[in-house]
Write a protein that binds this ligand. Structure first.
Ligand SMILES: NC(=O)c1ccc[n+]([C@@H]2O[C@H](COP(=O)([O-])OP(=O)(O)OC[C@H]3O[C@@H](n4cnc5c(N)ncnc54)[C@H](OP(=O)(O)O)[C@@H]3O)[C@@H](O)[C@H]2O)c1
Length: 257
């Protein structure tokens, strides 16, 4: 936390926060003293997670937020606006992946479905929340991407974070290209917002055991939340338009786009 006095509580919105990495990011930011809106597309799942975290004494508020439904996104932003007035951190974490198939066997509809959440959902939520981020003393946007979205590392088939062995780079058409698009979205917003106090960065959280990969990951959600939380709480002189990967070093590793 910075030493500046900041009367209203720091606020954060985390999308896809009812489980996995999003839930862990929510918990970590709340432990740091943020009021955290726990975004969940399913109210019951969101309320269950809210109950668990509030039982720890944390200021966590379930926020109905299906990122693919623009009316729901607008309603969510309105509620945050009415209750908190400003937003210090937006963590665009909600993400999906389709079935694992070869690109040549992937129907365009599958790719479109993944983009709805991983790309267009991020744009909808970011645009809805931006007026509140602009009002914060130091707004931060964190887009939860993946090393699989790096064109440079894909072309070399090298994962510098070590989640995949050399020469192995999964070829998931919907997921990888959606995260590549998300990386482009990240840089584009960062450039629009260069003259503001808002920093926009992307993160590859590591290979985390969650539902998205059938719990094959090796890190815990709390470990996967580490770099997203660092980027959500960057100081004034923090970077913008960077892509940081979890590699167990204190500040993570700069990844190539
Ligand atoms: N796990 C990894 O190794 C890994 C690696 C790199 C990047 N990531 C990224 O990390 C992020 C979190 O994934 P995770 O591993 O924590 O997976 P997860 O446990 O499956 O969590 C995904 C979350 O996204 C939510 N979600 C999906 N579609 C949504 C929508 N339309 N609107 C709102 N929420 C939606 C899910 O809600 P429901 O519970 O309702 O389905 C869930 O809360 C994703 O962006 C993923 O691509 C994960």
């Amino acid at each position: 936390m910075s030493g500046t006095t900041h009367n209203p509580p720091r606020t954060a919105v985390v999308t896809g926060a009812n489980k996995g990495i999003g839930r862990a990011v929510t918990r970590a930011l709340a432990v740091l003293g943020h009021r955290v809106y726990l975004g969940a597309r399913d109210q019951d799942r969101g309320l269950a997670a809210e109950r668990e975290l509030r039982a720890e004494g944390l200021d966590v508020r379930c926020l109905h937020l299906d990122v693919t439904d623009e009316a729901v996104v607008e309603r969510a932003a309105k509620r945050v606006e009415e209750e908190s007035g400003h937003l210090d951190a937006l963590v665009n974490n909600a993400g999906v992946g389709g079935p694992v198939t070869l690109p040549s066997r992937t129907p365009p509809a599958e790719v479109r479905r993944t983009y709805e959440t991983n790309v267009f959902g991020v744009i909808a939520v970011t645009n809805a929340m931006l007026p509140m981020l602009r009002r914060a003393p130091a707004g931060r946007i964190v887009n939860v991407s993946s090393v699989l979205g790096s064109l440079t590392h894909a072309a070399a088939r090298q994962d510098p974070t070590g989640a995949f062995p050399a020469g192995v780079f999964p070829t998931l058409l919907d997921y990888n290209t959606s995260k590549a698009a998300l990386n482009a979205v990240t840089v584009t917003y960062a450039n629009e917002l260069r003259d503001t106090r808002i920093l926009v960065n992307a993160v590859s959280p590591g290979f985390v055991a969650t539902d998205i990969n059938g719990h094959q990951g090796v890190l815990t959600p709390a470990e996967g939340a580490r770099i997203p939380v660092l980027l959500a709480t960057l100081g004034e002189d923090g970077p913008t338009a960077t892509f940081v990967g979890e590699d167990s070093t204190p500040t993570g590793r700069q990844l190539s786009w």
